[in-house]
Design a protein around this ligand. Structure first.
Ligand SMILES: *[C@@H]1O[C@H](CO)[C@@H](O)[C@H](O)[C@H]1NC(C)=O
Ligand SMILES: *[C@@H]1O[C@H](CO)[C@@H](O)[C@H](O)[C@H]1NC(C)=O
Ligand SMILES: *[C@@H]1O[C@H](CO)[C@@H](O)[C@H](O)[C@H]1NC(C)=O
Ligand SMILES: *[C@@H]1O[C@H](CO)[C@@H](O)[C@H](O)[C@H]1NC(C)=O
Ligand SMILES: *[C@@H]1O[C@H](CO)[C@@H](O)[C@H](O)[C@H]1NC(C)=O
Length: 346
């Protein structure tokens, strides 16, 4: 006979054990590492130390960034090389701000750069890279403006999630995914002026299995740009504009280049963008290719060039290679694309 009381007792013990395991994530609060949430004190060292501690943890760990403004004036690298845990959550309730002096970050390629990490989630948070002065420098066609930094980059990483992050006024690209596998981006907002140069929203390349859901991108360059070597990309429920739209390419920058394969974009809305759904490659030989693209259910509102496939891409007609394109484009579907074009040719 089964003893009901004993059975109940076991269930209760099991539940308690499970809740203990679930709560075993260790929390590292940046404030206890010396970060100052007043926007004026450099908190770099506190973030670096919190990362080292979280990454050395044997258990799941959470880096907590409470409300407030944290000055992180220069580039920070979060390396996974010494990490023991494969589960680190950055819970950001505050705003991370770069220096308003663009020269401090301008020569660095990246502001916040994650390299060779596994199982990192970023939840919430606002990144304010203060890019406006650098754009002004570039727009004035002054010489001596630095290139500027990408705000957030993941390189050679796996199982990454970015959820509910807002990225403001990046100097260059907002978010870059390079050499990664299994990346989930959801509920992200990107905001920069429509005339800001090179401020792509999300750039992905040399990666596999990347998904972007429910994302809004207002910026000066591509909304999502898809570079060589991107395989299995899913983009759904995205709003673009201002900006240059969603673009596969530019491809054929190099002779030896990996192809783009299996890209799906569904439920996209473009408002006042320069382009809608575009594929572009430079006119020169290349091993690159595009294979298997589905552009489904898009709405275009006053878009200059809603549908573009350009194998003779050469902006401003400067230094055009002027050869035949080596990039083979195949199996591309455009279905149910509606709306209005800003010009006579859609
Ligand atoms: C910010 O905090 C630091 C350290 O506590 C302090 O030295 C600095 O004066 C504070 N700045 C402002 C504007 O309150
Ligand atoms: C992690 O576990 C190893 C042995 O499994 C132990 O030596 C080390 O002290 C632990 N580190 C922490 C931070 O608990
Ligand atoms: C991915 O990382 C999360 C933590 O960010 C972890 O909970 C999950 O188990 C990981 N998934 C895989 C397939 O490793
Ligand atoms: C989409 O993302 C926004 C934040 O950008 C969030 O408020 C909203 O709940 C999300 N909606 C869905 C359906 O996930
Ligand atoms: C294409 O990519 C999606 C994820 O975006 C994946 O579910 C699907 O299996 C891939 N298809 C092929 C044929 O690899």
């Amino acid at each position: 006979m089964v003893n009901v009381t004993d059975c109940l007792y076991r269930v209760v013990v099991l539940m308690i054990l499970q809740s203990l395991v679930a709560e075993s994530a260790v929390i590292y609060n940046v404030l206890s590492f010396g970060a100052k949430p007043n926007g004026t004190t450099d908190s770099t060292q506190a973030f670096v130390d919190a990362w080292s501690a979280a990454c050395a943890s044997n258990d799941s760990s959470t880096i907590s960034v409470p409300k407030g403004r944290y000055l992180l004036p220069s580039a920070i690298k979060f390396s996974g090389d010494k990490c023991k845990t494969l589960d680190i959550t950055f819970q950001i309730d505050g705003t991370l701000i770069a220096s308003s002096d663009y020269r401090i970050l301008g020569q660095a390629n990246n502001w916040l750069s994650f390299e060779r990490v596994t199982g990192v989630s970023i939840i919430g948070g606002t990144l304010d890279a203060k890019g406006t002065a650098l754009w002004a420098c570039k727009l004035a066609a002054s010489t001596g403006c630095p290139n500027g930094a990408t705000s957030l980059r993941f390189t050679n990483s796996k199982n990454i999630s970015i959820n509910g992050l807002t990225s403001l006024n990046s100097q260059m690209f907002h978010i870059v995914v390079n050499g990664c596998q299994d990346v989930y981006i959801r509920g992200v907002k990107v905001n920069a002026a429509g005339n800001s140069p090179n401020t792509d929203g999300i750039h992905v390349q040399l990666s596999r299995n990347v998904a972007i859901f429910n994302t809004s991108i207002k910026t000066g360059d591509d909304c999502v740009s898809i570079g060589p070597g991107m395989k299995d990309l899913w983009v759904e429920q995205i709003s673009c504009g201002p900006g240059h739209g969603i673009s596969i390419g530019s491809l054929a920058k190099d002779l030896e280049e990996e192809g783009v394969q299996n890209v799906t974009v569904r439920n996209a809305i473009f408002k006042g963008t320069q382009n809608g759904l575009r594929i572009k490659s430079w006119p020169r030989p290349s091993s690159g290719f595009v294979q298997g693209v589905q552009f489904i259910d898009a709405v275009m509102l006053n878009v200059q060039n809603p549908i573009v496939i350009d194998q003779n891409y050469c902006p401003r007609n400067i230094n055009c290679p002027a050869q035949a394109s080596g990039v083979k484009i195949s199996d591309v579907l455009y279905r149910n694309i509606q709306g209005t074009s800003g010009r006579a040719v859609a």
